[in-house]
Design a protein around this ligand. Structure first.
Ligand code: PLP
Length: 466
């Protein structure tokens, strides 16, 4: 399998290189040159497989001979055995034909574990084979940082440095990062805001001379292809559990960077019968505005009760735009260069095609809280604010009540106690048993000034072979 850039000018890469590469050299994102397609018969034959085995079936065409089958199987077994539910991605029924798929049974209680637990292992495997080392550098305002750290804690060929804004992440989120022990794990609290952290990461990727040529930076942000790949699997899992592929399914996906829902779109293209995909956003609704009015336009960032979806632009959307433009990299490049300067639209027939593929909705904080309260009242089931947005959008956009509607449950409610409190419920979401002592665990992090050379100096001094 070869991977090509959405902007058409970077060299095509194989799986191993795509794994180690973030953005393509032309500024685009990598996508598979062609997608595998599974027949209904083949998908049907996967019914009842354990999650890790299904993951192997779905992902092996993307990996091909980069990793021998036995090694890949073993890696997947390990990856999904750290989840705290035997089914890995269990389904919970909310109503007749309405479900939540709980994707928060991993170590950091958010769906990002599905991809990052695998990504850490894939990276280490490839680096071992190549006798290489990398430094992962990333900025986080919450979920991604902890999932990335958990994913890399056992990697021998990776040091990870995660920058978070000092005193500006929630205590649960900070502790999920800073209590992970490991010599290769480095948390940096920057005396600045998230944008400052992100700027320093960007600048460091642009000029890596501070590492003295002895190692190189790698990224694990949501544009990494392997993350999308890992997320395709659970669409198959949910469908098979509810009678697919002999009936079609609808999915509602709480969306920020368009990663998770893009994986659903790929599952459909790979042969899984999906009749509806709902893009569920919070007030940062650039995708919903595009879907309803064919205008892609950045607005000011709003801080909401669903912080993991607080984005201004949606980076993975570029991958869909590439398909909508008949995989014409030059057209995507021109469009996105214009989008950086102001609002853009696409040709009407292309936009109409996008509207056939997706429905969309934007849900504000008040409606998020109403939904948390409603669903708790109906079922004594507690939704986290991101999942609540998915459920609300599912109910608003549903087209056919005979088709199972599955909302992706992206986080455990205990990660976001403020939203639960704001919804007026007096129940306190409990951390699961394996995390109950989070507040007693020892924390390790270094506070640094909002100064890129100080941060780079720290990294240069503290990675494994420095
Ligand atoms: C990251 C995240 C999202 C958004 O996922 P995208 O792939 O960026 O669309 C939604 N909910 C939670 C809890 C997240 O952590």
């Amino acid at each position: 399998m070869r991977y090509i850039s959405t902007r058409g000018e970077a060299p095509a890469l194989g799986f191993e290189d795509v794994l180690l590469t973030g953005l393509a050299t032309d500024g685009g994102l990598y996508v598979p040159e062609s997608l595998p397609h599974f027949s209904l018969e083949e998908i049907r034959s996967w019914r009842g497989l354990p999650y890790a085995e299904l993951a192997y079936k779905v992902m092996c065409p993307f990996v091909e001979d980069a990793i021998p089958a036995d090694d890949f199987r073993k890696m997947l077994d390990e990856t999904y055995s750290v989840f705290s539910h035997q089914a890995v991605a269990p389904l919970v029924q909310l109503d007749t034909n309405e479900w939540v798929m709980e994707l928060f049974r991993g170590p950091t209680l958010a769906f990002k574990d599905f991809a990052l637990q695998l990504l850490g292992r894939l990276l280490d495997y490839v680096l071992e084979k190549r006798n290489q080392h990398v430094v992962i550098m990333g900025a986080t305002s919450g979920d991604t940082g902890s999932a990335a750290i958990e994913g890399c804690r056992r990697c021998e060929h990776v040091d990870i440095f995660i920058l978070h804004p000092h005193q500006r992440v929630s205590e649960v989120q900070r502790r999920q990062m800073t209590t992970v022990q490991g010599d290769n794990i480095h948390n940096i609290a920057v005396k600045g805001n998230f944008d400052d952290c992100q700027r320093m990461v960007k600048e460091s990727f642009g000029n890596q001379s501070f590492l003295g040529g002895k190692t190189q930076l790698a990224a694990v942000n949501s544009i990494n292809w392997a993350r999308i790949m890992a997320q395709i699997v659970y669409y198959f899992q949910a469908s098979l559990a509810l009678g697919g592929p002999d009936r079609s399914m609808a999915f509602s996906v709480p969306t920020g960077n368009f990663g998770d829902i893009f994986a659903g779109y790929l599952a459909k293209k790979m042969g899984l019968p999906i009749s509806q995909l709902v893009i569920a956003t919070n007030r940062n609704d650039i995708l919903h505005r595009f879907m309803s009015g064919n205008k892609y336009e950045q607005h000011q960032l709003e801080h909401t009760l669903s912080p993991s979806m607080d984005i201004m632009v949606s980076s993975n959307f570029e991958r869909l735009l590439f398909d909508l433009h008949g995989r014409d990299g030059a057209a995507v490049k021109a469009l996105l260069e214009n989008a950086a300067k102001g609002p853009v639209s696409i040709e009407d027939y292309r936009w109409k095609h996008a509207r056939k593929l997706f429905d969309s909705d934007a849900v504000d904080d008040k409606t998020t809280c109403d939904t948390i309260r409603d669903v708790y009242g109906q079922n004594e089931y507690l939704l986290d604010p991101h999942t609540a947005i998915g459920v609300r959008a599912a109910r608003n956009c549903r087209r056919d009540s005979a088709v199972p509607m599955i909302t992706l449950g992206t986080a455990h409610p205990a990660k976001f106690p403020d939203a639960i409190a704001e919804s007026g419920l007096s129940v306190k979401p409990q951390l699961p048993a394996h995390m109950a002592d989070l507040f007693e665990r020892e924390e390790r992090y270094t506070v640094l000034d909002n100064n890129v050379s100080e941060v780079q100096g720290f990294i240069a001094k503290h990675w494994k072979n420095a």
